[in-house]
Design a protein around this ligand. Structure first.
Ligand code: ADP
Ligand code: MG
Length: 288
């Protein structure tokens, strides 16, 4: 288990945290929300659900009487309020295990179901502190890693002038990089690349580990270098608006989602021709 503490100065900070966790959680995560009445549990749950749904108007009724509300989203979420649970054994009848196998379980008043909740759960404990709230996060190492990475991305955005940005999931490519869409009012959306440096795996051959043998980029430096080289020569490559080379976080231009196939999945001849012309030009101007 690892722990961290944060001060949430106002309601907006609680909502922002909901968005940050929406990008860190995955199916199988149980999140216990503890704290007194008015501590901010429901505010957090609503923000998390709206971020996963990518819908600011999503209705999030309190599960106080129904005990559970289910949301069929990108990752399914079951929102429990166990305040009225008579006995921890009822949790199973409410479909807890099934919900956890398919998605995320958010649990308000977890104390009521304590012994029936998974021991590897993530706990968010909210307490009043002046006009704001203190939040203590405890999580097993693997989920803690995901959460702290998401919080590091948020700090990166704030430090680079995107303090009010909204962050949204973007389905990734096959690599270990992850991407998000970053939206700030009045500006074109940007793409955030999340590519932490590889942790060396087992040595496989000649003193090298897999990523080295497969010639995979070990960090974002080659991406930045190639982008700058191409742009310097007048080719279109994503502009880089902000970077943290050490952490492996880049904020880059959104080149849109159209490819070289049309909406029916057929090749667009002109785009293939342009691609070939581009390759020919690149070959004509060798890089040392
Ligand atoms: P709970 O579900 O824990 O009973 P709520 O989420 O309903 O609490 O929040 C109670 C009130 O606290 C709401 O009016 C909400 O706007 C406010 N609130 C939430 N987070 C914060 C914060 N970090 N600082 C100040 N007020 C907050
Ligand atoms: Mg509540």
């Amino acid at each position: 288990m690892k722990h961290l503490q944060r001060f949430l100065k106002d309601e907006a900070a609680t909502i922002e945290l909901g968005e940050d966790l929406a990008l860190a959680l995955k199916a199988g995560d149980c999140v216990a929300l503890s704290g007194d009445l008015g501590a901010g549990k429901s505010t957090f749950a609503r923000a998390l659900l709206r971020a996963i749904a990518d819908d600011e108007t999503l209705e999030v009724p309190s599960p106080t009487f129904t005990l559970v509300q289910n949301y069929d989203l990108r990752i399914p979420v079951a929102h429990f309020d166990l305040y009225r649970l008579a006995d921890a054994s009822e949790l199973e009848e409410l479909g807890f295990d099934e919900a956890l196998s398919e998605g995320i379980c958010l649990v308000e008043w977890p104390e009521k179901g304590d012994e029936a909740l998974p021991s590897d759960r993530i706990t968010l404990a909210f307490t009043h502190d002046g006009d704001g709230r203190q939040l203590a996060i405890s999580a097993p190492d693997a989920s803690f890693e995901r959460i702290s990475r998401s919080l590091a991305i948020r700090s990166f955005l704030s430090q680079n002038g995107y303090a009010t940005a909204r962050r949204r999931h973007l389905s990734g490519d096959a690599s270990i990089r992850a991407y998000e869409r970053v939206v700030t009012d009045g500006e074109p959306a940007k793409i955030l690349m999340d590519a932490a440096r590889h942790k060396p795996g087992p040595i496989l051959q000649g003193g090298k580990y897999y990523q080295q043998l497969a010639h995979l980029a070990e960090d974002v430096v080659p991406f930045v270098a190639i982008s700058e080289l191409l742009r310097g020569r007048g080719f279109a490559a994503p502009a880089i608006y902000a970077r943290d080379l050490d952490k492996g976080i880049l904020l880059i231009e959104d080149l849109g989602s159209e490819g070289i196939l049309n909406t029916e999945g057929r090749p667009v001849a002109e785009r293939y021709l342009e691609s070939v012309r581009l390759l020919a030009r690149l070959h004509g101007e060798p890089t040392r």
